[in-house]
Design a protein around this ligand. Sequence first.
Ligand code: MRU
Length: 337
Amino acid sequence: MNFKAIEPLEKKIRILDQRQLPLKIIYHDYDDYRDIIDSIKTLEVRGAPAIGIAGAFALAIASMAEVKTDVERLKKILIDIADEIKSARPTAVNLSWAVNRALNRAQKFDGDDIKELSQHIWDEAKSILKEDEEMCAAIGRHGAQLIQDNDTILTHCNAGALATGGIGTALAVMYMAKAQGKKFKVYSDETRPLLQGARLTCWELMQEGIDVTLICDNMAGFLMQQGKISCVILGADRIAKNGDFANKIGTYGVAVLAKAHGIPFYVAAPTSTFDENTSSGKDIPIEERSPEEVTNWGGAPTAPNGVKVYSPAFDITPVELVTAFITDKGIIPGKRK
Ligand code: MRU
């Protein structure tokens, strides 16, 4: 992989600007946590695990700026800053999971040196990044068993290296299967409105020499009807206790189509995406994005001025439509009959 979505540097992080892909490969360095919040909100960095990692580093960076205070006061300030970071995007549980982990590390610190406290938070963020890398590789290893020679896999949105600290979740399965010498093809849904499938998944898979074909979202059903899809593998932003999960808008439709055509439907996700505190899909908060993301592209309008827009960024797929979850701990069956 010759790119990294996020990379820690000295007291700052480097983020690959995914808003500009595939046209431009531009990195920005951030040493102010407010800029990292903006980066998360505007989808410069995106994908559930990646925004968690960015959020944890944002907290560490925020603590470094607060030099004119004492440890106890800083711990209090960090609670508010953590809330600010967590509210940047509500659906992916990885963001609050990672920020809480970094915050807990700070709250447990019992020294009186501010620099040391910051170092602890920074180290926690680095552990989150490293563990994510390992979880991605493990997901890839487990999932690759499901891929046969000549399979054609459909994916939606981007659950690749761009969305994580490692080689991705859904795409990790493909990278690992390729490394094992398996021959397969991928169809990537373009993923309206922000085209993560077209701009990011196709770019990433092409970089890695995987045979990928781009389709519009509304073509998936026809391909399934034509017998062109062997299985669906995609990512998740939050998996509730009962197995219902949130993922990029359009996932639910793909799951219904997969069931109608008897095609296995797999969800690849790390432990950090499983949320024990959310009992079912209806409790998952769904982010709504701005109308302009639907009515404009590249600065030009694609709809009449003033049209009403509804733009949920994610949808909920019930566990009854899931064949299995591919996790870092192994393959867990879903409830699809
Ligand atoms: O709005 P995005 O681009 O952050 O949405 C990303 C997705 O829906 C991914 O499928 C999900 O975060 C899993 S990434 C491993």
